[in-house]
Design a protein around this ligand. Structure first.
Ligand code: BGC
Length: 686
């Protein structure tokens, strides 16, 4: 019998679930328990008897991290820069490249993407995450996860869930309504599982509504496995299990693996004792362990002998290839966001601005170093700084001068770094201002030369009290190892910026939704109350009528785009229908460029308790000068459903709606109205 079963799981031609059943049947309870906690910092235990080798994981979301691979790897732009590109195909290519690099260091899981919602600009990990908007978050996560997993590597989507600040991250409980959970904090995880079949999820440090994420049956069993249909493994964030009540509680809730090392609660000895006491059943153990075993099978980890496999993995994967570095540059270029260009100072024109002065504390700085920023720190073999990029891309077009007063234009590089208290895991920022010294430098430079371009290298919203006096601002984020090249090309006009803000930039911190009271941020050691509910990011600014410094979705171009000919397929729809929206986009300027057309829905049906508008679709379109394209969007009415608190379920409400086609959340170009006449909801409303 056992030979048959053993052959069963080793037989690559057998269906996956049959192989899994065979493997589970082969494993003793002790062996299954031993798989519930890691062997060392980055890998699981082995079961040599059955040929189960250690399963390896490595950070992180902007490249394979040095601290978890001991290898220098390609440093791609950080999460917020990736998101600023609003470019799904680019995210897919990034996923593929990341998996390739992951394989090359012999790991089977990449601890990425990191997709927590940007709730407060102070979150130290804002640079690492994507966006404040659940739709943008979902749409970028799905191709990235698919890209990774198509290469046979598991993506580990993190941090599940409602892990939106570093202050008290290990102790705090995020107190959040079911509605905000469903509408804001879960959608990207849901999309990653339902649309991309994510093979792994990382359970967060924090608790959600009082129960630690690693032992939260509502989150892990009911929502993740039950509702979303997740079939992979849930790994704890590193050391997150320490705060849980017991190993049994984790296993019962659906946690598969405690990391790192030999575990705290899920160590073999205490977990065996709990099992012997009847604190959890073998069925529950199987449910939790089978996720990991399934992913071992999906990644081909159990096929072939250990050494040959590892060698083959390493040979199959590639890191630091020219192709990956080229992609890193493309991604950096795609995320660069032109925030302001009032006088058309950018791109620099060597006829009118021959003499340039390049200066500022970020000009020669590298941002990619081991653990720099925390677990997302990647150490590449080289990094093109802004200065090196400018020098290499100049081609004798511009003349360098030292004194800003002698220049035709000044390029002033300011921003933050990954040191603690700025853009770094582990600690939140204290404020959203640039360091005082840099603010003074901006003022002094402007006094010497008003033709000053402020070039920002940083990972999240910044206040800009100097904005009125500065003619041009270019947000470059943390652009990775090829950043200097991409920045220089954008400044010199060899490329055209096409990034759009994936987060709102407030004028003042107090304008942000989470900063209405200390209980909503930072909370105390026990609890942080998500009092703003679903009014996160632009939803809050819109509802409160607050003017942001730069709106969600904002980003300028060196060319102009005209929106025309809006057409909607129906003016009257009911549940199950699909609204088709079309429009013409024309590049009316003199340069090629890309525009991100954003589709927002205004939900007049619900009135005040709803955000004035929500992003429901977008398209990034590249057009040559003078070129036009017809764009089509499809919007199933399902996407208009809202989470009804009273009924605790998603619900489509009848009434008036408007569809907006916009260049940013505050730059609406076209608008059309339609009605949902869903008989069911009308009857209920009466
Ligand atoms: C981070 C995770 C990371 C893990 C392993 C934790 O501190 O929150 O994102 O993957 O460490 O480095």
């Amino acid at each position: 019998m056992s030979t048959v079963l053993k052959n069963g799981y080793l037989d690559r031609t057998s269906p996956l679930e049959a192989r899994l059943a065979s493997l589970l049947a082969e494993l003793t309870v002790q062996e299954k328990i031993s798989l519930c906690a890691g062997q060392s910092f980055w890998q699981t235990k082995s079961v040599p008897r059955l040929g189960i080798k250690p399963f390896k994981m490595t950070d992180g979301p902007r490249g394979v991290a040095f601290h978890s691979s001991w290898k220098r790897c390609t440093a791609f732009p950080s999460g917020i820069a990736q998101a600023a590109s609003w470019d799904e195909p680019l995210m897919a290519r990034f996923g593929e490249a990341l998996a390739d690099e992951c394989k090359s260091v012999g790991a089977q899981t990449i601890l990425a993407p990191a997709i927590n919602i940007t709730r407060t600009p102070l979150n130290g990990r804002t640079f690492e995450y994507l966006s404040e908007d659940p739709l943008l978050n979902s749409r970028l996560t799905v191709p990235m996860v698919k890209g990774v997993q198509q290469q046979g590597v598991a993506a580990c989507v993190k941090h599940f869930a409602v892990n939106n600040q570093e202050t008290n991250r290990i102790r705090v409980s995020s107190e959040v309504s079911e509605r905000a959970l469903q509408e804001m904090y879960l959608p990207a995880f849901k999309a990653a599982v339902e649309q991309a079949d994510a093979w792994s999820i990382m359970a967060a440090y924090n608790a959600v509504n009082g129960i630690a994420a690693c032992e939260n049956p509502a989150l892990l069993n009911d929502i993740l496995r039950g509702e979303f249909g997740f079939r992979g493994f849930v790994v704890s964030d590193w050391f997150a299990v320490r705060r849980t009540s017991s190993g049994a509680a984790c296993v019962k809730s659906g946690l598969s693996l405690e990391m790192p090392g030999k575990g705290s609660r899920c160590k073999t000895k205490p977990l065996s004792a709990e099992f012997a006491q009847g604190d959890f059943t073998e069925h529950e153990l199987d449910a939790s362990v089978s996720g990991l075993l399934r992913v071992m099978l999906l990644t081909g980890h159990l096929d072939g002998d250990a050494q040959a496999d590892q060698k083959q993995n390493k040979e199959n994967g590639q890191r630091n290839s020219g192709k990956h570095q080229q992609l890193a540059q493309e991604m950096a270029a795609g995320g660069i966001t032109l925030l302001k260009n009032d006088t058309g100072l950018l791109p620099l024109n060597s006829n009118t601005h021959k003499k340039i002065c390049v200066m500022g504390p970020k000009l020669k700085k590298k941002n990619c170093l081991p653990l720099w920023g925390g677990s997302a720190g990647v150490w590449p073999p080289y990094e093109v700084t802004p200065l090196q990029g400018l020098q290499a891309q100049n081609n004798n077009r511009f003349e360098w001068v030292k004194n800003p007063a002698d220049a035709d234009a000044v390029l002033l590089f300011v921003g933050l770094s990954h040191r603690f208290g700025q853009d770094s895991e582990g600690v939140d920022r204290k404020h959203i201002d640039l360091p005082e010294k840099q603010q003074r430098l901006i003022k002094d430079t402007l006094a010497a030369n008003p033709n000053t371009v402020v070039v920002l290298i940083n990972g999240g919203p910044l206040a800009m009290p100097w904005i009125e006096e500065v003619p041009a601002v270019l947000e470059c984020w943390y652009p990775g190892m090829e950043g200097g090249t991409a920045i220089a090309q954008a400044l010199f006009g060899d490329s055209n910026p096409s990034g759009k803000l994936p987060v709102s930039f407030p004028k003042r911190l107090q304008d942000s939704p989470a900063h209405q009271s200390p209980r909503s941020y930072p909370g105390d050691r026990e609890k942080v109350h998500y009092d703003e509910d679903i009014f996160v990011g632009y939803r809050h600014f819109d509802q409160q009528g607050i003017e942001p410094l730069f709106a969600f979705g904002h980003g300028l171009s060196y060319t102009r785009f005209e929106y025309s000919d809006p057409l909607i397929s129906h003016t009257d729809l009911s549940g199950g229908d699909c609204l088709q929206v079309s429009m013409q986009l024309t590049n009316t300027g003199e340069r090629a460029g890309a525009e991100v057309v954003q589709l927002y829905i205004v939900d007049d049906a619900h009135g005040e308790q709803r955000p004035p508008q929500s992003l429901k679709a977008f398209k990034k379109v590249y057009l040559q000068a003078g070129e036009a394209q017809l764009l089509n969007f499809e919007l199933p009415t399902d996407e208009l459903r809202i989470f009804c608190l009273e009924r605790q379920q998603w619900h489509l409400k009848a009434g008036q709606y408007r569809v907006r086609l916009a260049s940013s959340s505050r730059d609406v170009r076209l608008e059309q109205g339609f009605i949902i006449t869903d008989q069911q909801s009308i009857k209920e409303a009466l």
